[in-house]
Design a protein around this ligand. Structure first.
Ligand code: ADP
Ligand code: MG
Length: 354
């Protein structure tokens, strides 16, 4: 088991770099505590797999260091690092049985036959593979193959960290839910550091205690699901997490006062600096309400989702969504909005101003 530290890590697949876009990863600094359950969340292409491959040793970073328990491992091979990595698409041996597939990594590392047998049976039970242990792996569905792949990653109990790279992509929705709760349960049982990579916010937020959000090769925020919801440090976190995401509205900043369409907006923290090329207010639809006075808007559309209503409104500077309890009456035509100050933030060039 290990604490993992990434120290000023950057990676480019190109020989020469001219702009930020030429870097797959930029200035990553992270500390992953021993035994934690982490998710790495971000859209396709933001650098998640690149980061995992650098941690496991499949890829050598262009700049920076990887440390396990404060010891540098940047030049160690994947085998020396003793990591289990589960890939997006299953890696299994088609000619072997399910049992042999699960036993293979254990035998390879010199475990006795008896130990191998009990470990394989335990893992098979957990993943509901017991009945298929003697079947040939080639006959299995995509789900079945990915379960073996998961089993092979989980079978070794002495690894430093287990990394899952979008492991549920090929799994059908019902089983997805089952496997996700199993992984969470397993983390609580074996207490090993786990890093779960996904582009799906629900998967990330249900699995992890700490979520690392990535955007265009950078880590934009690390926090608990509640922190990411309540106080996004970057506008990307605001609109990527939440459904619907955060409203981001252009604003004016003068002498520490924020205003939208000339109407003053009170924000959660004091604004000291204002020399940005772009300034915006971020407020989640949950914290916007209709009021007698405030920001004038036009009500465009009301959608009922059952428990809530989502109301699309528009001010001069842009659109604003409001989430309201479905029993509430919604004004039509012209209305005023007020924002809950505690959850209203100012952003300068996409980063929160504090
Ligand atoms: P993710 O896993 O978040 O989808 P990746 O780490 O696979 O992102 O990719 C990050 C960026 O690096 C993307 O722009 C991708 O096109 C590029 N990239 C990934 N692998 C390679 C490679 N082997 N050669 C060149 N570019 C790559
Ligand atoms: Mg990937």
């Amino acid at each position: 088991m290990s604490k993992i530290t990434l120290d000023n890590l950057s990676h480019s697949y190109l020989d020469k770099q001219n702009s930020n876009a030429d870097w797959a990863l930029r200035d990553i600094n992270l500390d992953w505590q021993d035994g934690g359950a982490y998710a790495l969340l971000g859209p396709s292409g933001c650098g998640k797999t690149t980061l995992l491959n650098i941690i496991s040793g499949l890829l050598n970073p262009t700049k920076g260091k990887v440390l396990f328990d404060d010891k540098e491992v940047t030049s160690q091979t994947p085998v020396e690092r003793n990591i289990a990595q589960i890939f997006q698409f299953p890696v299994i041996y088609d000619t072997m049985t399910v049992y042999e597939n699960l036993a293979f990594p254990l035998k390879n590392r010199g475990m006795s036959d008896g130990e191998v047998d009990s470990r394989v049976k335990e893992i098979a039970e957990m993943l509901e593979l017991t009945k298929t242990l003697n079947n040939r792996a080639s006959g299995l569905t995509a789900d079945g193959k990915q379960k073996i792949s998961l089993g092979r990653g989980l079978a070794r109990s002495n690894v430093n960290v287990i990394m899952f790279d979008e492991p549920l992509t090929v799994i059908d929705p019902h089983l997805k839910w089952v496997l996700r709760s199993k992984l969470k349960e397993l983390h609580q049982k074996i207490n090993r550091t786990m890093i779960y990579v996904t582009h799906d916010q629900t998967e990330a937020l249900t699995f992890a205690d700490q979520v690392v959000v990535m955007h265009e090769g950078q880590v934009v925020q690390t926090g608990t699901p509640v922190e990411l919801f309540e106080k996004p440090k970057h506008t990307f976190v605001g609109h990527f997490i939440g459904s619907p995401g955060m409203n981001i509205i252009p604003c004016q900043l003068d002498n520490g006062i924020a205003a939208i369409d000339g109407v003053k907006v009170s924000v959660s923290s004091q604004i000291k600096k204002s020399n940005f090329s772009k300034t915006e207010i971020g407020i989640r639809p949950e914290f916007v309400s209709f009021s007698k006075e405030g920001l004038p808007v036009k009500v465009l559309k009301v959608s009922n989702t059952g428990r809530h209503k989502i109301i699309d409104t528009e001010c001069k500077s842009g659109k604003i969504k409001v989430l309201s309890h479905s029993s509430k009456n919604i004004p039509s035509g012209s209305a005023f909005l007020s924002f809950d100050q505690k959850y209203t933030y100012a952003y300068g060039d996409n980063w929160i101003i504090e």
